[in-house]
Write a protein that binds this ligand. Sequence first.
Ligand code: DC
Length: 656
Amino acid sequence: MPSLDLPPLSYAAGTAKLPGSKSISNRMLLLAAMAEGVTEIHDLLDSDDTRVMLTALASLGIGLESKGANCWRVRGAGGVFPVKQGELFMGNAGTAIRPLTAALALSGGQYRLSGVQRMHERPIGDLVDGLRQIGCDVRYAGKEGYPPLEIMPASVKLAAPIRVRGDVSSQFLTALLMALPLTSETAVIELTTELISKPYIEITLNLMARFGVQVEREGWQRFTIPGRQRYRSPGVLHVEGDASAASYFLAAGAIGGGPVRVEGVGKNSIQGDVRFADALAAMGAQIVWGENFIAASAPATGKLKAFDLDLNHIPDAAMTLAVAALFADGKSVLRNIASWRVKETDRIAAMANELRKLGATVEEGTDSLAVSPAPSLRSHVAIDTYDDHRMAMCFSLVALGGVPVRINDPGCVAKTFPHYFDAFAQITAPVIAIDGPSASGKGTVAQRVAKALGFHFLDSGALYRLTALAAMKADVSLDDEAGVAAIAATLPAEFRNDRIFLSGEDVTEAIRSEAVGNGASKIAVYPAVRAALLDRQRAFRRFPGLVADGRDMGSVVFPDAPVKVFLTASAEARALRRYKQLIEKGMPDNMRPLLQDIVKDLEARDARDAARPVAPLKQLPDADLVDTTTLNIDQAVAAVMDRVRRRLPFFNPPVA
Ligand code: DC
């Protein structure tokens, strides 16, 4: 996809599930590969950078077995890598090339490591210097100080401490720490400079300890790995959610009202980037910390405050603050961020360029960035992303300023978060929830509104109907709540070009039969069925937006929908519509129920829907009533569009 146009957004609220942490995923994979025993890693990040690591480990002779989505079993080598020769492609994955270089330098084999062009511009000299001090044979195949690298077998002597710089990338220290236990000798590392990004070293030490290797640390200057320690698999491990990725959602909550809740990280996270939430708090955002979640909302005053912060401890999440600064009440300063210059791109320069395009005044320092917001954001700006996933994710927040923004090369998010824009849509894409009783005409109206706005459309009733039909076809009794819920959870349904398919069969008409309608009504009361369909319904929320029709769209499925409409009509009017429909369908006079019987039937159904304990049908306090008793379809559509315009003033729908 060459570019992605984000619509103007006016709010953000809801819950985001985070992908696994990149830093933890790649460290765990390498440690598991060097350990004795089998490690089962759950919730592993599935992205470009972890694929680079998995592919490399496989080619080095490590047994890897996929156990379904995001779960891998790693058969550890119990020491150095069994394959002694290889060419490894490292893409642009810093978390793969640095620690693998160190581990391979101690493996007694002959290897070549290369990457994409940008990887060959990212320094690795400090690590190579450290490895050479203990006798490793690591050579530059291209430019001195940069990949590609050639590694030869060598005999290693650990007599003197390894002296290494810590002010370019903390990953050099991480690489040495993780690899040195391969030697089984006592190893000492001394830093010759200040260490940057310290929390990443804490992740490294924490994970090494889980694999049974202890490191003695004196301040951030000297690290001793006592000898005769070996990595041993701890068995089963879970990867935390990615705290850097959490920053985009938390910032969205702070800018767009919130609350936005990220799940998968919390107050006990081992990732330093959770401290991003403190920076947001310093901007006035309201933060709630849970065991396994963090939530952010806009400041009580409504306006984010400018900040001046040293962000050395959260270099990645700090990028999100640079964009959040566009929404602050004055000039913000990001300090001590020199490492940005050697990341996926020169992030200080890239950030300055793109923020300026939006109208901000930016002062670029060698290791700092000052951002003064423009009085109003420029609209329709095309943001370049420099093949840097974080540039793409950060600048999506601009749309929350109520301006449309174009993200060039959005696919670069695949480095760490392949489904980022879907997840972002889940909390920001406008949902127009249209609930109401049966035969109120809401299905037709909702579909027309979706067409007029160019939005996606969810007919949630169809999902209940499809579940009932699938259960009937599979001979599962509609009285069997668990059985029907299991069918709902894996429903092989597809919505394509106004047609509905079940296991590939077009069932658009079949699900409208009386029998299926009655079945749907029956199974819709089961909490397990409703729960099984929840995520599926929420997944319909994608850019540019969604019109969802049903009974509980505004109350349960999309409680944070910015537009909620309760569409109804008197029972008599609805009965008359249904009666006319039956005539249109060609039902003969003698088969047709009496009008007053249809009225009674509808009234009974309304009462049942309103009385059921789960997701009862009712008009919510924040829903706009549209009574269509005296309206035709065009008028009903116009009435809903009027509510949309009033509730989404920033949104500029191409009004039909
Ligand atoms: O809107 P419909 O007639 O296609 O709905 C079919 C059945 O599913 C109906 O009995 C109500 C139920 N339903 C529900 O309980 N919740 C929804 N969001 C949508 C439909």
